[in-house]
Design a protein around this ligand. Structure first.
Ligand SMILES: Nc1ncnc2c1ncn2[C@@H]1O[C@H](COP(=O)(O)OP(=O)(O)OP(=O)(O)O)[C@@H](O)[C@H]1O
Ligand SMILES: [Mg+2]
Length: 556
């Protein structure tokens, strides 16, 4: 600033100089720190977005405004940047998701972030369920810690949430599998002993009945024992421990042959339709187990039909190829190899099932029926599992159901059409196989003989007299190796039947059963025409021994 004299000339200059180094430095530092802060913020954002779990931050004590990382917005299905807080002011809280615990909605003040902010204490391992409007649910686990101000007072909170749905489901699946496995072991063990006890009971009762026909009530004991034997068979099948005899056969042969039996188990007005594949569907399995599958599926289908509607059950057979991807998809519960499979499908237009029911139907003892035991599908599962096959279930409420049983296709008929015995069947039993024809007019005797022989692994054909026996034989493929023939029967007795059998079926071995002493019975037949005689009433032991003796199937 100039200083002038009277004439206006500048005589002096005044001035001040300020050292602004410090100011410059401060400005610099501020800019630096702003840059730094921006970098830090960007860094934090990058970290947040890189974290594969949801992170939520609330910077106010009541957590009325909460933001999150990218994962959080994905998870809660909200647009990035929007307020995630359930404690947001009226009308602003997000409605896309609900937080559930023990099937109830959790109030906002109990949520982990809110709780950590309010109490100043961390919240750990808070498990809950996220429910969305479309009905989907996710299992979650959450952690939250309070954010503290300089004085150490809470001013908000940070929460971390992870989706544990897959982990939960696989844990549940594992637990379920372990449970089913232990039930299987238990059931298998008990059922086996039970089977032996039943054999003794039924053998004993039938012997007494034969000698004292006046004890008619014993028929009830037999009937109840038969039901128990049936249940035991289901349990053993579930446990994969049945006495089974493998043979290679065409599924298309078995299905229609079994049709009559199947139709007896469903109401008359129900329409039963068969669609059999035109080609041969060879499988290696135990025919009686495949019958058991068919029976259980058809029985269920019949029970699912509503009385007033036009009930319809379809039994379809087909062949299909299972790709490696499909094999993997089903390998969670079944051990299967890709390749050619044979499919047996039973569909109905009945009540159908919801998801929750479908997830439990194969569990033993799961039933939605008043008198159901819940063993039918468990047995089917056991059989299919042992056969290295798998089952598909398609159903929804009111839409009917389809059960598709897939079993590996067999390449060709077994050795000379001879059934191969499985280790389990051979180890447990005397090693008998093939089919046996039981000809007896007395139903009780016929049923008991069938039961004993089926248990021993034979396929059993039944006839009520000589005439029927010839009809059954004409239709039997492969023909039975042995016939058990009663002597005295209406229409055509054993004395008339045996010579015809000798003539028409020279390979068929014959055991004549009769209440007469053996010498008397023998007298009616030439020595070679009959392989053996069995005195009635026979017991489980005497019948088994005789059959083993004639077929040479006893194992030392
Ligand atoms: N075709 C079907 N339609 C609708 N629901 C079915 C069908 N098949 C099975 N279910 C459901 O699966 C459950 C289990 O079936 P499963 O055959 O194992 O037992 P159950 O029929 O109840 O009793 P059990 O067969 O031992 O007499 C049934 O109670 C039923 O709820
Ligand atoms: Mg059932």
């Amino acid at each position: 600033m100039p200083v002038r004299d009277r004439d206006g000339r500048v005589v002096r200059w005044f001035g001040t100089a300020t050292d602004i180094t410090e100011q410059r430095n401060t400005e610099e530092a501020l800019r630096h720190s702003r840059d730094h802060e921006a970098e830090r913020a960007a860094e934090l954002q990058a970290i947040m977005d890189a974290i594969p779990v949801a992170v939520l931050i609330a910077r106010d004590l009541e957590c009325r405004h909460t933001i999150g990382n990218r994962k959080a917005y994905d998870l809660f299905r909200l647009p990035p940047g929007s307020n995630l807080s359930k404690s947001a002011p009226e009308g602003e809280a997000p409605s896309t998701y609900r937080v559930m615990r023990f099937r109830k909605e959790v109030p906002p003040h109990e949520l982990p972030v809110q709780k950590a902010a309010a109490t100043g204490q961390p919240v750990r391992e808070y498990e809950f369920e996220l429910g969305f409007e479309d009905g989907t649910r996710r299992d979650m686990i959450g952690f939250a810690v309070p954010l503290l101000d300089a004085q150490g007072y809470p001013r908000g909170a940070v929460g971390v949430f992870a989706d544990i749905t897959d982990r939960k489901r696989s844990e549940e699946r594992l637990r379920q599998m372990q449970k089913l496995e232990s039930i299987g072991i238990l059931a298998g063990g008990v059922a086996h002993d039970f089977n032996n006890l039943l054999t003794v009971i039924m053998g004993g009762v039938s012997s007494v009945l034969a000698e004292h026909p006046e004890c008619g009530q014993l028929n009830d004991v037999l009937a109840a024992s038969e039901r128990a034997a049936y249940l035991t068979r289901q349990l053993l099948a579930y446990a994969g421990k049945g006495q089974f005899v493998l043979s290679t056969f065409d599924l298309n042969d078995l299905v229609p042959r079994y049709a009559q039996l199947v139709s007896a188990s469903i109401p008359k007005r129900v329409k039963l339709v068969f669609n059999l594949a035109p080609e041969e569907l060879l499988i290696q399995a135990d025919p009686s187990q495949v019958e058991q599958i068919l029976m259980n599926l058809v029985t269920n289908a019949g029970e699912a039909l509503r009385p007033q509607t036009n009930g319809r059950i379809e039994i379809n057979t087909s062949a299909c190829d299972v790709t490696p991807a499909a094999a993997r998809r089903h390998s969670q519960t079944f051990d299967i190899q890709p390749g050619r499979f044979v499919c047996l499908e039973v569909t109905d237009n009945g009540v159908g099932m919801d998801e929750a029911t479908i997830s439990q139907i194969f569990d033993p003892f799961f039933s939605t029926k008043f008198t159901g035991l819940g063993l039918g599908l468990a047995a089917v599962h056991g059989i299919v599992h042992s056969a290295k096959g798998f089952i598909e279930v398609l159903s929804s409420p009111g839409e009917g159901s389809a059960f598709r049983v897939h079993m590996p296709a067999a390449a060709e008929h077994g050795r000379a059409g001879r059934p191969a015995r499985t280790a389990a069947g051979a180890a447990r039993q005397g090693g008998a196989y093939g089919a046996i024809l039981v000809v007896d007019d007395e139903e009780r005797v016929r049923k008991l003989a069938s039961l004993i022989l089926r248990r021993r692994g034979f396929e059993v054909l039944e006839a009520r007299n000589g005439q029927e026996a010839l009809e059954v034989l004409a239709a039997a493929v492969p023909p039975p190796s042995l016939a058990l023939v009663d002597l005295a029967m209406p229409v055509m007795g054993g004395d008339e039947l045996v010579p015809i059998l000798n003539q028409g079926y020279p390979d068929l071995k014959i055991i004549v059963t009769s209440g007469y002493p053996e010498e008397d019975a023998r007298r009616g037949f030439p020595a070679e025409s009959v392989a053996g005689f069995l005195q009635k009433p026979y017991t489980v032991m005497s019948l088994s021994d005789k059959v083993d003796e004639i077929l040479g199937t006893r194992v030392a």
